[in-house]
Ligand binder design. Structure first.
Ligand SMILES: *Cc1c(COP(=O)(O)O)cnc(C)c1O
Length: 367
């Protein structure tokens, strides 16, 4: 048998450690996972209440068009129904984009570090990668545009960027959209859109009418708290959606995920509460970093990239023994840092104390 050559050098996605695994390994009762930017406040109680009622007709295939959700979302976003594509998480839309546009002989431009699935899927399709280092966590857009040539098919813009948290301002985005050649698909991944509160945030959905080569990605996995159901979507001009659609599996989003997404969209109270608490706790965490001389990148998301005077791995090891799972910066390509999902206030206070304990111990050499 002969698989694609590139797969020999690739490894499967390594998820953050699973809660049960860590409990067992360290003999812990309570574990808090702050490694995957999930919503620490759960998901809409409306969805929870209605979930048993959604479990009917499971012998039937789902509506592959997502008719009801499509209707609902097009009203919410003030767009046409044909301007949407759904995915088994926005992860799958990344895959669909790569299947549609990339092949050997083409290239794709992205920041580094950024969301790893762009690179992963591009490699499988045999495309050349052009990765442009971020500056203080921000995309270096001039250099990214400089890397674009006749063979560039896709330009990835992640805002706020995972794992740095920094967003792309409206002015910068306008500049990219006007300067990037029209043969390049521009992907604006807004997985953390709901958390953004910068006054200069870009209205990406509002721009799809003017830019036939633009797609905006959003998800129910982060602020809506439905990561376990796997549903995300893309918004683009209907011609672009029609180009992508043949590369999509016919029944890629489940009946339950579609129904839950509709209920989640209706529960603005839960969403707004999650956003407000994230903002408050994020500010508290920034203050903590400032007081304790820990640098961090600007963030508009529900996570923070915090710089450390020690390796991210060493703090990761300390925290995991205390029941907190974070992402080590070494694993993300940013040494001496951690990426921390903003949790509840109580959890943030606990982790602050543990961080201080550890940093103190590294100074004195005892732990
Ligand atoms: C989490 C995340 C996604 C993927 O979310 P899905 O669960 O697949 O919808 C996409 N992009 C970024 C930047 C993310 O952080």
């Amino acid at each position: 048998m002969k698989a694609k050559e590139i797969l020999k050098s690739m490894s499967p996605y390594k998820p953050g450690k699973q809660i049960d695994e860590v409990k067992k390994e360290f003999g812990l009762e309570k574990i808090v996972k702050l490694a995957s930017n999930e919503n620490p406040f759960g998901f809409s109680p409306q969805v929870k209440k209605e979930l048993p009622n959604l479990i009917t007709g499971l012998e039937k295939y789902p509506d592959g068009y997502g008719t009801e959700l499509r209707k609902k979302l097009s009203q919410e976003l003030n767009i046409k129904e044909e301007e949407l594509i759904f995915g088994n998480g926005s992860d799958e839309i990344v895959q669909i984009i790569c299947r549609t546009f990339l092949e050997p002989g083409t290239n794709t431009v992205m920041a580094t570090p950024t969301f790893p699935q762009y690179k992963h899927n591009a490699l499988i399709e045999g495309a050349e990668l052009r990765e442009v280092p971020t500056k203080e966590g921000y995309h270096d857009l001039d250099e990214m545009l400089h890397q674009v040539d006749n063979n560039t098919r896709v330009l990835w813009l992640c805002t706020p960027n995972n794992p740095t948290g920094a967003h792309i301002s409206s002015d910068e985005m306008e500049k990219v959209l006007s300067e990037c050649p029209e043969h390049v698909l521009i992907v604006i991944d807004e997985a953390y859109y709901e958390y953004m509160d910068a006054s200069d945030a870009f209205d990406a959905v509002g721009a799809i009418g003017k830019h036939p080569n633009l797609i905006v990605l959003r998800t129910f996995s982060k602020a809506y708290g439905l990561a376990g159901l796997r549903i995300g979507y893309g918004i683009a001009a209907k011609e672009l959606i029609a180009t992508l659609d043949p590369a999509r599996e016919p029944f890629n989003t489940s009946t339950i995920a579609q129904a839950a997404a509709i209920l989640a969209l209706d529960d603005k109270e839960f969403l707004n509460d999650s956003i407000a608490r994230n903002k408050e706790n994020r500010e508290m965490m920034m203050k903590f970093c400032k007081v304790n001389d820990l640098g961090f990148y600007d963030t508009q998301a529900n996570f923070m990239l915090i710089h450390l005077p020690v390796s991210g791995d060493s703090l990761f090891q300390h925290l995991i023994r205390k029941g907190f799972i974070v992402r080590s910066g070494e694993a993300l390509g940013i040494p001496n840092s951690i990426r921390l999902t903003i949790g509840s206030k109580e959890v943030m206070k606990e982790i602050q104390q543990e961080m201080l304990n550890f940093l103190e111990s590294t100074k004195t050499g005892v732990e």
